[in-house]
Design a protein around this ligand. Sequence first.
Ligand code: KE4
Length: 432
Amino acid sequence: MNQTERNQQLFDRARAVIPGGVNSPVRAFKAVGGTPRFIQKAQGAYMWDAAGQRYIDYIGSWGPMILGHGHPAVVEAVQRAVAEGFSFGAPTEREIELAEAILALMPSMEMVRLVSSGTEAAMSALRLARGATGRKTIIKFEGCYHGHADALLVKAGSGLATFGNPTSAGVPPEVVQHTLVLRYNDLPQLEAAFAEHGQDIACLMIEAIAGNMNFVRATPAFAKRCRELCTQHGALLIFDEVMTGFRVGLQGAQGVLGIRPDLTVLGKVIGGGMPLAAFGGPRAVMEQLAPQGPVYQAGTLSGNPVATACGLATLREIAKPGFYEALATKTRSLVDGLEAAAQAEGVGFSADCEGGMFGFFLLDALPQDYTTVMKSDGARFNTLFHGLLDRGVYIAPALYEAGFVSSAHSENDIAQTVEAARAIFKQLGRAA
Ligand code: KE4
């Protein structure tokens, strides 16, 4: 049986019992077409699918696997934790250790609450902001994704700074009636929104480097204005760093930009591949949370002892001197190689990276907002995606998703990836 048949057979079986055959939509390859690869195992920078095909992995579980798969120190920590028990539903010392480790690395946070997913962390941060301010209105940006909590599944309303409409069935319009969706990096619209709604705004939530638009940076002026306007109007600035936290640098996007948000949402890397996320901020705000304060938030597996062991072991590795410098150099060499290969074949291409995160567009210039990102030619991206996949290189199966390099990726992996891309750029160049 060839590789596609084996994966196709599993996909057919999966679709009989799991909606769409997957437990998270983007895995179904709907945006790129073709058959999802059912992964059997992973080690270092590589994954192997059910047919034994090896891939250089640039998804890294959508961010968590910054050390690559199966880092010995992490495996050992998890094995030790499992031997002591899977879950207690009671406090543990390791939750304190992980909280202390996070706070030591994130100066904007004085307290942190551990949860099990980025969605849960963002949803809880939102409720906390509303509870702490007594206000209802929230601001988010087109192209930013903060998980699938109802109030955040919303797209821009028509016209300027209007309240949003649900992006998903099952979300009643009244649930998103207080969610303002603005254009990313649009300063006049941001000013107008605060001028009109300032006193009602509980929070502004943003991905300061938007990995859900592939890779779009908030301009320093825009990020600074978000900070100033929130301060001026008594709203809380929330940085959703589920993807960028400990990925673009040890202090995340807030460290890159030099901006202190009021609340930070974390996930992915802090769990090292296990279900663990977090949100945190100033003591005065965080103490509004149950059981201390009136804002309810809870979770059976929050601070799970195995997940915290995995997260702690991961944080210990990435906090080592020189980790991010080496990772950033590797990521930069990938991006530069791809740009040079595309240019040589006359293919319109732009790319950016920070730390271990990168993004690229089949566009001549880096986009600054969602509308521009979506001008990318989907068909050409799909050709690139499948061309790479067929050559054993696994990038995100959607043009609006970012890519991730781990400390396990070798220079040879990077060189192989660039050579695989060159072959497809040649094809794309001729087709243009
Ligand atoms: P989770 O609930 O998937 O753990 O986190 C939601 C979330 C929140 N905030 C940001 C900035 C995120 O990127 C995410 C989740 N990221 C997606 C990838 N773009 C996860 C992949 C998936 O949905 O399967």
